[in-house]
Write a protein that binds this ligand. Structure first.
Ligand SMILES: N[C@@H](CCC[C@H](NC(=O)CCC(=O)O)C(=O)O)C(=O)O
Length: 417
């Protein structure tokens, strides 16, 4: 490691930096395990809910500047660090810095074995380990810590490496920092293969479900609730939306050997102007997760008919078919699915190593990840990260400390063997 002067490239769209941001570093930690835990604890301590990633991006950028084998660039709150060793192939390793909103789970803390907050499944799999509890533990600050550690320490990898730490993954596609870099500086993230550190329990999850989000809207007429016959209750009309959601049965869809579970859920609901006013509007925000056998257009057709919702926009239109036929629809966000792509040579070699180390066979990624972005760019990609995907976004998000070393050693060996 060196503190030599770096090749640094800031482009004109860099966001303003906060006056203070924490310092990331190994401190006095000597072993790989201690270094990983130190970085992880520091990253966990920085609040970085989407829209608030600047302090963490600043800290990540400063940390990466400390290593002479890396060229560090920044676009907005996305930091890209690359080796330039002239290798034949380049692997991109990416992790997002943002988290979903806090639910009484920030600040984070280490839990000692036996602590009541440790989940039974985590304790059973890692009985004698400390556990990090708090927002972002699995999605995906543990993997960020591993990727930062690898960026700092892999000075002679067998492939050239590009590490991407990006903002705004958990929110609307238009805000995604990786999308912005792909558009503004496609050369920064060019590569032959990509690994996304989304949580997979250190296994491989191939491809990803697509996702569309939209409001299903009912309209009514406002009136005094003591004279309700003078109005029409939009919230009561929403019962029809909820009934259709309750009747939906999630499908398991096999695609190229992996099974993708679909999902259709309301995630937000709003309506009403006052406690004694008949509501004139109700909105149910619906999220449809669709398997990689479907395009966005096909997913929309299943929800709202073939000709409705064809364009992403905020204008309301009436669903002409599909699950929500007859209801008002306002599209909010859409992101495509990605097929598994497990036959790419680098996917095969990584899957073989994961199988050897963990006994895990590849599974399907049910959340949406930037594997889809790399797939669209023609770069084969897989998900591999520390922590259980089942705990992502939960109030009791947590990860056993040893998972960081497991992920680090798999990638270290794959990238240096
Ligand atoms: N534009 C989309 C972005 C949603 C991204 C998010 N991804 C994850 O949580 C990955 C975690 C995993 O499954 O491993 C998601 O799937 O919701 C949107 O705003 O909906």
């Amino acid at each position: 490691m060196t503190n030599a002067a770096q090749s640094v490239n800031h482009d004109s769209s860099v966001t303003s930096s906060p006056t203070t941001s924490p310092t990331l570093g190994f401190g006095t930690a000597g072993t790989r395990e201690a270094r990983l835990s130190a970085l992880f604890e520091q990253i966990m301590g920085v609040y970085s809910v989407s829209d608030d990633e600047t302090a963490l991006a600043d800290a990540v950028e400063r940390f990466l500047h400390g290593f002479g084998h890396l060229t560090v660039r920044r676009h907005g709150d996305t930091v890209v660090a690359s080796t330039g060793l002239g290798r034949e192939r380049r692997v991109v390793l990416a992790g997002h810095l943002d988290t979903v909103p806090v639910i009484d789970n920030f600040p984070p803390r280490w839990l000692e074995p036996g602590d009541a907050l440790i989940r039974g499944d985590v304790a059973a799999a890692h009985p004698s380990e400390r556990v990090m509890w708090g927002r972002g533990a699995t999605d995906m600050k543990a993997s960020d810590a591993v990727l930062l550690y690898l960026a700092a320490t892999l000075t002679r990898p067998r492939y050239d490496l590009t590490f991407v730490f990006y903002d705004h993954e958990e929110v609307a596609a238009e805000k995604n920092g990786l999308r912005k870099v792909a558009e503004a500086h496609p050369d920064w993230i060019a590569g032959d293969f990509a690994v996304i550190g989304e949580p997979t329990d250190c296994g491989i999850e191939g491809g990803c479900n697509g996702t569309i989000r939209f409001d299903v809207v009912t309209h009514g007429v406002a009136a005094h609730s003591a004279r309700a016959w003078m109005g029409v209750n939009a919230i009561h009309k929403a019962a029809g939306i909820l009934n259709r959601l309750n009747a939906y049965e999630p499908a398991d869809v096999p695609v190229d050997g992996l099974v993708y579970r679909e999902g259709l859920n309301a995630t937000l609901i709003s309506g009403g102007k006052g406690t004694n006013v008949i509501p004139d509007e109700c909105r149910v925000h619906v999220n449809y997760r669709f398997a990689p056998d479907k395009s966005i257009a096909e997913a929309k057709a299943l929800m709202m008919g073939a000709d409705a919702g064809a364009e992403l926009g905020n204008g309301e239109h009436t669903a002409t078919g599909g699950v929500f036929e007859g209801f008002g629809i306002e599209m909010k966000d859409e992101s495509p699915s990605a097929r598994p792509g497990m036959d790419a040579p680098l996917a095969v070699s990584l899957a073989d190593l994961v199988r050897e180390r963990t006994g895990r066979e590849p599974l399907a990624k049910l959340g949406w990840t930037d594997v889809a972005r790399f797939a669209a760019l023609g770069v084969p990609a897989v998900n591999l990260g520390a922590g259980s995907p089942l705990l992502a976004h939960k109030h009791d998000e947590q990860i056993a400390e040893g998972e960081l070393a497991t992920m680090a050693s798999i990638l270290e060996d794959w990238l240096t063997a």
